[in-house]
Design a protein around this ligand. Sequence first.
Ligand code: ADP
Length: 458
Amino acid sequence: MYNSNGYLWKMLLFILVAALPVAIVAFWLLSHDLIIIDYVFLLIVAAILPAFLLYTKLVREMQAVAFRMERAAVMSPLEGDGRGSLRSGLLPVDNLFLAMQQYRRVLQHMLKEAQARQDEASLLFDMLPDPVMVLGSKRRIRRSNDAANQFFNVDQMEGEVTAFLRHPALLKAIDAAYEGKDPEKRIEFTISDVIPRYVAAYIVNLKGESSEGLRLIVTLHDLTASRRMQQMRVDFVANASHELRTPLAILIGALETLIGPARDDLAAHQRFFTMMQAQSLRMSQLIDDLLSLSQIEINEHSRPSGRVEMAKVLQGVSSLIRAKSADLGKTISLKLPEEPVCVTGDFDQLTQVFTNLVDNALKYSREDSEIIVEVTTAGKEAHVAVIDQGEGIAEEHISRLTERFYRVDSDRSRKLGGTGLGLAIVKHIVSRHRGHLEITSVVGKGSKFSVKLPISVS
Ligand code: ADP
């Protein structure tokens, strides 16, 4: 220890400084003949020895302090205080240690806060509803949030971003961002999948001081649902106008014939009037259905609170439709359980649901067949099934039947007075009642439309 860092020289200097005053006094005494030379050397040696001991003691204490400080610096402040006892010595180290402990506490607090902030940021990142990816150099994914992992259906996104997204415009924008150029604000593209997905991507360049190079944030926004909604709205307007234009064109045609060539043909008048009446009724029915659909949609979020006995609804529906069914030579059989079944709902809307379903069963079933309306319960649900013996519906149509204006056979539906909105109305009312509609069908045999509604408990 004495050889390194010039300890030896420092020690000699210290001893010299400590012994010098003694030596000066000793020589002054000698010059005045107050002591003899032997005592001078004795006095100097007597000063050198304690100076040497003092120096070595101080060096040892300094080393102990340095060791403590080194340990405190290496150890994480979160590991604890590391308060080891240091024997009190000559140096006034107590204040120094107090200051160090204070500093440690401040550091501990700051680290805990930084950790909490990092946890919060991490949580926030994972909770973001849109897929977000952080890219390191060479398009490598450094991090992805839960939404991104779900979007690409993986546990954790890893590797190059091109393994997940290969759209040229997006990759060009990512490369431009790496080069420090301002990437395009929004890049829209389609991901071809079983069902194509429309996506908008936003790229942000984090020009940090990171030693690991540039970092980019790529955020995706799934536009599929909104695009589909947009398309549905466009289709709806087109379909509604088309549905109204057809009877209107027939009406205009009939009127022109009545005013023109058939003006004096009294026999034709009756025919045209009957046709005009049918077309006016069709338009009126269409407008009624459109209005009730939009009314139901407005209230769809608010669940009805009434208590409705299903038997009363179904008896009402069957007596309303009985005349029509008798005309068609079809029978409606009600199968009700002995115990009354009540659901939480709106009487008029439930009547509309089962009128539409029984009316469809009448329209699309075989002549002289039976339509069964059956109520059962399963747990907390009431199941009301309308079963017909008819032509049935092919599998590929079933999932689309509740779309507005969707028909398996448009001409047939129109001839039977259908608007193509009946099942859309059913679906919206059932969903307002927090229930669900299930359709099963066997082509050539018949169909079963089951409405499942929550039972009213009180
Ligand atoms: P529509 O006014 O045409 O009856 P809906 O929305 O009530 O409109 O029904 C949509 C389509 O579903 C119908 O055009 C028909 O093709 C089919 N459909 C509905 N109910 C039945 C049924 N019971 N049997 C066979 N097909 C049905």
